[in-house]
Design a protein around this ligand. Structure first.
Ligand code: SAM
Ligand code: SF4
Length: 346
């Protein structure tokens, strides 16, 4: 990993002109993985026996806030907290509350991606601190299959979490990873369930990130196939609606709801990428599908001031690559990116 920036001679503080990468893309979206830990062990995401980071390696909540604030003052307008499971990080509501105060002062939106297990406990607080929308990951509606795919998850807790979130006024979008032979036949029910409760749903192709027990090629389902399958029972109308992310949306005529497709493996969406990813150790990944990263924790822990931190961020953004090139090494079942998705949070 390259250490971020040579921190000498950074010159006078520059006015905020926003963050732009060498390909002219404005970086306005930061995803922050606040912990690598999780109370689930989804089979496509983690191995059952993960080795997690030591506490000393983690950014403190104050350090996470300082970094997020630096990005906001440099033009980031949307923050998404993720993980691991963000809601298992101790005292995470402190960070949510403090970042929520910046909504309307540089920040447009604070959101969260969660497995839903702790939502019943935190939904009201999230809403109180300014969160308006959350993504909940849900790959099946069958409690037994849910246990199988998450290994440790309890389906009824996630359902209670979704209920609590909707009751608190949060807009919920479901994220579903498409898994061949696992949930492909169930997808119409998931769509009907989501749309029946006023939730959008986005399906995601599995990405070859991090070593897991199973062979990913067994589970890989190209979304072009899934779409063709769905078109046998639904009328899918292409929408121009975009959330600024990589999802392509359709409206399902029969339900009136929205369905998104995220296709990193079959469609390259990098040309409009507006995002970078920060891990809970302060490592900034400029691309989900590449290994180059900047170590912002050292910049902070070496006692540098905000101007130097900003210079390190600028230097990192100048290295944002044009795009990713995920491939699955079918001969060796090797992931094309060694780190697990739980490091950068998707
Ligand atoms: N624990 C939270 C959750 O599950 O929503 C947040 C972190 S999780 C890593 C974020 C998203 O990444 C989830 O929707 C999950 O299904 C997805 N994900 C994890 N591993 C993946 C992989 N290898 N390919 C595609 N999506 C993956
Ligand atoms: Fe945990 Fe989310 Fe990964 Fe599942 S997908 S193991 S819930 S981080």
């Amino acid at each position: 990993m390259l250490k971020a920036a040579t921190l000498m001679n950074v010159g006078p503080a520059t006015p905020n002109l926003g963050l732009a990468d060498p390909f002219g893309r404005s970086i306005t979206y930061l995803r922050v993985s606040v912990t690598d830990r999780c109370d689930f062990r989804c089979t496509y995401c983690m191995s059952e026996h993960m080795t997690f980071l030591k506490k000393a390696d983690l950014l403190t909540l104050d350090e996470l806030e300082r970094l997020c604030s630096a990005f906001i003052s440099k033009g980031v307008r949307k923050l998404r907290l993720t993980g691991g499971e963000p809601l298992v990080r101790k005292n995470i509501m402190q960070l949510v509350r403090n970042l929520g105060r910046q909504i309307g002062h540089g920040l447009d939106e604070l959101t969260l991606t969660t497995n839903g297990s702790q939502l019943a406990r935190f939904a009201d607080e999230l809403a109180d601190y300014g969160v308006r929308r959350i993504n909940v990951s849900l790959d099946t509606l069958d409690p037994q299959k849910f246990r199988e795919i998450t290994r440790w998850g309890d389906f009824s807790k996630v359902m209670d979490g979704i209920d609590a979130a909707q009751k608190a006024g949060l807009a919920v979008k479901l994220n579903t990873v498409a898994l061949k032979g696992f949930n492909d036949v169930e997808m119409p029910s998931i769509i009907r369930f989501a749309h029946g409760r006023g939730m959008d749903v986005t399906v995601i192709e599995t990405m070859p990130m991090g070593k897991i027990e199973e062979d990913r090629t067994d589970r890989y389902l190209p979304l072009s196939h899934l779409r063709a399958q769905l078109e046998q029972q639904f009328t899918l109308l292409d929408l121009s609606f975009r959330t600024g992310g990589p999802s392509r949306y359709v409206q399902v005529a029969e339900t009136g709801g929205r369905l998104g497709f995220i296709t990193p493996m079959t469609h390259n969406f990098c040309e409009s990428c507006n995002r970078v990813r920060l891990t809970c150790t302060g490592t900034l990944y400029m691309c989900l599908g590449q290994d180059d990263a900047a170590d912002l924790r050292s910049v902070m822990r070496d006692g540098n001031d905000d101007r130097e931190l900003h210079a390190a961020i600028d230097e990192a953004i100048r290295r944002k690559p044009k795009g990713h090139d995920f491939i699955i090494d079918r001969n060796h079942n090797r992931p094309s990116v060694a780190r697990h998705m739980s490091v950068t949070g998707g």
